[in-house]
Design a protein around this ligand. Structure first.
Ligand code: PEP
Ligand code: MG
Length: 570
């Protein structure tokens, strides 16, 4: 039995066999062969096996993911059986007497290079298809297995070096019971998505892909951040009990689903949910969300090969606004960058993507993209209670410019006879220290703040939120962070505005008493944390938490703050 300590990224216990989502080694040596005919047969056999595999994937994709995803595999099948590609490979094996692997790779590379140089999007996509198909055929020639998460058909725990947000979105909740990764932190977007999908996860284990083999029995303890590999039957039994207790606890919390969130001394706060797609609404309703405090619209732009149209966006925003039936919905405009990439925008690689050309910076420059989103939002505004929020605002000038663009699109739509709500609140994320420090000035012009602690902490501490080696600096309870949070809340209240928080800190058990004491109005978190938070707040007195907050603001270290919170609440 082996034990790994990582970061608890998503609550719950999962016990299942491991499925390694790790690219296999496809390296080989170029060799001279004697018998060209049998080498050609070996190549043809690999083609046949690839064909059968692709047909199965296409059929599954058709049923489970829809026609457009299935079309990708249809295109791969066409490449696989194209005589214009296979002919030259067979000729090369015969004339140059090289092994099939080398003939395949050399020929495919030549076509890829040719297509990529063409100034034509369609041909560039064909180059990508050839690359994918070549990998598949090579895997059969070398007798190794390619990974394909969408083909998983039994209960597993995914083991990967890292998962991108789009990998995570493809995981099938029915079969993927949990996941564990080598890298990543609690606020990396794959962890955030795991929480909204209620998949237990442990990230940042450093060596999961090294220590876990396919088929090993694995326990993922997303409550403590532990991974047990090939555990003893006694430990499995122990964990089955912990799992049951956790489920029983959830049943208790579920009784609060239709209640308001009120502290022991009758102070009301709003508990809202963070969502990534309209599909997440079901979880918001089931968990008693009093609104959507953060709709991360960038997921609409990901996992596809072109920008979503205004109409597609309109439909998504309308679905969320209608689904929430008049409850507040804070939609954040496109926040791409950092760990959320859009390959089809072909932006140059940056050395520091978290500090780079992202979010509002990109939107103010690529205004076509921004204006399309704003039009879709404005058109959807009459279907519910819309609030629009700009991400990564660092200066008042950025806010004013973004607001002017929104106003411009609004006037154009109204002139064209379009119905637009006249009560859309306009706010900003406070996730850059400059904005927190200048919150009193921002508060004169915005309708609300939502504190994005995932980024605010990484920028204040200068510690990359994706890097587990510096994850000890993700310190939500540090007096430095708490002082910034206080400045933002006080600044909002001084101008009669409200302050929310949509970073992961808002749903954190130790942070909640402090945030209540600091006067936070809205707490937005993974939907699955709402009921637990409601149950916790019901037991806390706002007046007492105010005293606690005043005390901790003058403390020196995070551990002192944690001790003080525990002393009062446990
Ligand atoms: C944040 O930075 O706290 C936030 C909520 O935004 P994201 O996690 O999407 O960067
Ligand atoms: Mg952020």
């Amino acid at each position: 039995m082996t034990f790994l300590q990582g970061i608890a990224a998503s609550n719950g216990i999962a016990i299942a066999k491991a499925y390694r989502l790790v690219e296999p080694n496809l390296s080989f040596e170029k060799q001279t062969i004697e018998d060209a005919d049998s080498e050609v047969s070996r190549f043809k056999e690999a083609i046949d096996k690839s064909k059968a595999e692709l047909e199965a994937i296409r059929d599954r994709a058709q049923v489970e993911l829809g026609a457009d995803k299935a079309a990708i595999f249809e295109a791969h099948l066409l490449v696989l059986t194209d005589p214009e590609l296979n002919g030259p490979i067979e000729d090369k094996i015969k004339s140059e007497k090289v092994n099939a692997e080398a003939a395949l790779k050399d020929t495919a590379d030549m076509f890829v290079m040719m297509f990529e140089q063409m100034d034509n999007e369609y041909m560039k996509e064909r180059a990508a298809d050839i690359r994918d198909v070549t990998k598949r055929v090579l895997s059969h020639l070398l007798g190794v297995q390619l990974v394909n998460p969408s083909m998983i058909a039994e209960e597993v725990i995914i083991v990967a070096e890292d998962l991108t947000p789009s990998d995570t979105a493809q995981l099938n909740r029915q079969y993927v019971l949990g996941f564990t990764t080598d890298i990543g932190g609690r606020t990396s977007h794959s962890a955030i998505m795991a929480r909204s999908m209620e998949i237990p996860a442990v990230v940042g284990t450093k060596s999961a892909t090294e220590d876990i083999n396919n088929g090993d029995l694995v326990i993922v303890d997303g409550l403590k951040g532990e991974v047990h590999i090939n555990p003893t039957p006694e430990l499995v039994e122990e964990y089955r009990n912990i799992h049951q207790q956790y489920e029983a606890q959830k049943t208790e919390w579920a009784k609060l689903v239709n209640e308001k969130t009120v502290s022991a001394d009758e102070h009301h706060v709003e508990l809202a949910a963070n969502i990534g797609t309209p599909n997440d609404l079901k979880g918001v309703i089931e968990n008693g969300g009093e609104g959507v405090g953060l709709y991360r619209t960038e997921f609409l732009y990901m996992g596809r090969d072109q920008l979503p149209t205004e109409e597609e966006q309109f439909e998504s925003y309308k679905a969320v606004l209608e689904g929430m039936k008049g409850k507040p919905v804070v939609v954040r405009t496109l926040d791409i960058g950092g760990d959320k990439e859009l390959p089809y925008l072909q932006l140059p690689k940056e050395l520091n993507p978290f500090l780079g050309f992202r979010a509002i910076r990109l939107c103010l420059e690529e205004q076509d993209i921004f204006r399309t989103q704003l039009r879709a939002l404005l058109r959807a505004s009459s279907y519910g209670n819309l609030k629009v929020m700009f991400p990564m605002i660092a200066t008042l000038d950025e806010f004013r410019e973004a607001k002017a663009i929104l106003e411009d699109e609004k006037q154009k739509l109204i002139s064209a006879g379009q119905k637009v709500s006249d009560s859309i609140e306009l706010g900003i994320m406070v996730e850059i220290p400059s904005t927190a420090v200048l919150a009193d000035q921002f508060a004169k012009e915005v309708d609300f703040f939502s504190i994005g602690t995932n980024d605010l902490i990484q920028y204040t501490m200068a510690a990359d939120r994706m890097n587990q080696r510096v994850s000890y600096l993700y310190q939500p309870y540090s007096p430095s962070i708490l002082r910034l949070v206080k400045m933002v809340i006080d600044a909002a209240h001084a101008e009669g505005k409200w302050a929310g928080m949509c970073g992961e800190m808002a749903g954190d058990e130790t942070a909640i008493p402090l945030l209540l004491g600091l006067g936070l109005d809205e707490f937005s978190m993974s939907a699955t944390s709402i009921l637990k938070a409601r149950s916790q707040i019901k037991k806390l007195s706002k007046a007492e938490m105010e005293k606690l907050a005043t005390e901790v603001l003058n403390m020196q270290t995070t551990s002192q703050v944690i001790e003080a919170v525990n002393a009062v609440t446990k």
